[in-house]
Write a protein that binds this ligand. Structure first.
Ligand SMILES: NC(=O)c1ccc[n+]([C@@H]2O[C@H](COP(=O)([O-])OP(=O)(O)OC[C@H]3O[C@@H](n4cnc5c(N)ncnc54)[C@H](O)[C@@H]3O)[C@@H](O)[C@H]2O)c1
Length: 244
């Protein structure tokens, strides 16, 4: 029961295939009490049903494009967990389907910023809102998921946040995952090709699944990783190590 007595907020569950849900299941199995956010009424029912499976005390709406939403949600989590929080899972990303199909060159400015706003800036907003709650517990851990076009911004934000928050014993890390069949993945044209390439070229010649990411996130969020911050852990069957 590695997470006994710990509390966490999980952003990014859409359904049972979501990477965020695989992480949440791990944390809950380890004894964590978890709050969840959902984006939009369309997925509210899914998230409420899943959250009930782990006896969640809080399920609340959050659109990470809204600073008001982010501040409110962390306030609600603080209220649900006696003013403190130990763990934050940021597993949120968005890019318009048309920009995942066509030429990157054709991405219009507004949709480029939208992708960066939801997928990268939201980590900064969440970290800021989480800081006092994590500090109240003597420190804590934030984990985020890398996302295509926002990867460089996230990579660098993780490092800057790790520096800012490290003095409060708050750790910030990222996971870079190989392809996993989730709701978001469905809108990526060429996803089956990506899977085939991993199988052919990754050193381990096999796919990962959401549970692999759940295990990696649980490690980064646990006290076992107490001296790990500002880093990206690759869960991709070694694909990132191949230069050809
Ligand atoms: N599935 C993959 O192959 C894969 C690979 C590498 C990284 N990732 C990353 O994993 C993370 C989770 O994605 P997933 O694959 O589990 O898909 P998913 O569709 O299950 O999760 C994405 C979540 O982002 C949320 N979201 C989108 N816009 C939002 C907004 N404005 N406000 C709040 N929430 C919003 C959605 O509601 C959804 O819950 C993403 O960061 C993604 O880039 C996925």
């Amino acid at each position: 029961m590695q997470f006994q007595g710990k509390t966490g907020l999980v952003l990014g569950v859409a359904n049972k295939r979501s990477i965020a849900w695989a992480i949440a299941e791990r944390l809950a199995a380890g004894g964590a009490r978890l709050a969840f956010t959902y984006q939009g009424e369309r997925i509210e029912k899914n998230v409420r049903e899943l959250a009930a499976q782990v006896d969640s005390p809080l399920v609340t709406a959050c659109d990470v494009r809204s600073d008001d939403d982010v501040v409110r949600v962390f306030g609600e989590a603080g209220a649900a967990f006696d003013g403190g929080l130990d763990l934050v899972v940021h597993s949120v990303a968005f890019a318009a389907a048309e920009d995942l199909e066509g030429r990157f060159t054709d991405t219009p400015r507004d949709r480029f910023w939208l992708a960066l706003d939801v997928s990268a800036y939201s980590l900064v907003a969440c970290a800021r809102a989480a800081e006092p709650l994590l500090e109240a517990r003597g420190g804590g851990s934030i984990v985020t998921m890398m996302m295509g076009v926002a990867k460089a911004a996230l990579d660098s934000s993780v490092k800057y946040l790790a520096w800012d928050l490290g003095q409060k014993n708050i750790r910030v890390n990222a996971i870079s995952a190989g392809p996993v069949r989730t709701l978001s993945a469905r809108s990526i044209a060429g996803f089956p090709t990506m899977e085939a390439i991993v199988e052919e070229r990754a050193p381990l010649h096999r796919h990962i699944d959401a549970n692999d990411v759940g295990a990696a996130a649980a490690y980064l969020l646990s006290d076992d990783a107490r001296n790990v911050t500002g880093t990206t852990l690759y869960v991709d069957s070694g694909y990132h190590a191949m230069g050809m």
